[in-house]
Design a protein around this ligand. Structure first.
Ligand SMILES: Nc1ncnc2c1ncn2[C@@H]1O[C@H](COP(=O)(O)OP(=O)(O)OP(=O)(O)O)[C@@H](O)[C@H]1O
Ligand SMILES: [Mg+2]
Length: 240
């Protein structure tokens, strides 16, 4: 039974794509569905189907109409035709709408052999904290759900996190302070850059000390991110 794991958080910049990248490394055979206003997972392009969303979602929903209702048809069809474990990176402001359609269709998708999972990313920002519970509630008919506390903006108060997650598994991604050059490499080449980056070239460009720090930064972030998605990744491939 193919499993489809959605990564969501309607607040922007919370680490959804980073988590999707880590999942993509943990499950190298998994195709990726990217739902966003622009393509972000550039280094994973060969295994990614991109579904463009208009950025002004709230306006689209407010004005309603047939175009708004049909906006997700192609994504839903792609999810429904999954034949192997699949990762869905849902861009900001899109999670609630897409997940509520998926929740309505969950019984039909299950009949077609698709099991749905949700990984919600939460950061210590009021917007991200406020968005997390509604997303998890929307997806309560899903087969599995997980919470990732991304400490990018500091740790979340434990009681608040507990109130969001309930009995769901929670993992933690520490904050990594990357050198600017490491951040740039990451943007262009993704987590896999940790493996591909040419140590000799980095030393030539930046000297041995900074070159080594850049490599260490990339490796540490990659390892941290992969540890933080371990449980959802295991769910994704279990019974496959
Ligand atoms: N724990 C962390 N430590 C250091 N950098 C991080 C961490 N989490 C995320 N980042 C960085 O923060 C930026 C935003 O992350 P990302 O693009 O994954 O967020 P997103 O939720 O997908 O954003 P969007 O809403 O635009 O889709 C990226 O540059 C990412 O590498
Ligand atoms: Mg993203």
């Amino acid at each position: 039974m193919p499993k489809v794991l959605c990564v969501g958080q309607d607040k922007g910049g919370a680490g959804k794509s980073l988590a999707a990248r880590a999942l993509a490394e943990a499950v190298p055979s998994a195709p990726i569905i990217e739902v966003d206003s622009t393509r972000r997972l550039l280094e994973l392009e060969h295994r990614t189907s991109f579904f463009p969303m208009r950025a002004e979602r709230s306006e689209i929903e407010r004005t309603g109409g047939r175009a708004a209702r049909a906006e997700f048809d192609d994504v839903i069809n792609a999810i429904a035709s999954a034949t192997e474990p699949t990762i869905v990176d849902i861009g900001a402001n899109t999670g609630k709408s897409l997940l509520s359609i998926l929740a309505d269709l969950a019984p039909d998708l299950a009949e077609g052999g698709i099991q749905l999972g949700l990984l919600v990313i939460v950061t210590n920002e009021p917007g991200a904290i406020a968005e997390a519970s509604p997303l998890l509630t929307t997806a309560k008919a899903f087969d599995a759900s997980f919470v990732l506390e991304n400490r990018l903006r500091g740790p979340i108060d434990p009681a608040t996190l507990k109130a969001i997650a309930g009995s769901r598994p929670v993992s933690v991604l520490p904050e990594f302070n990357l050198e600017d050059q490491a951040q740039q490499i990451l943007q262009g080449a993704g987590l896999v850059a940790a493996e591909l980056v040419d140590a000799k070239k980095l030393t030539e460009l930046h000297g041995i000390a900074l070159g080594a720090r850049i490599r260490r930064d990339l490796t540490a972030l990659r390892l941290g991110a992969m540890q933080a998605v371990r449980k959802p990744a295991e769910w994704l491939v279990s019974g496959a």
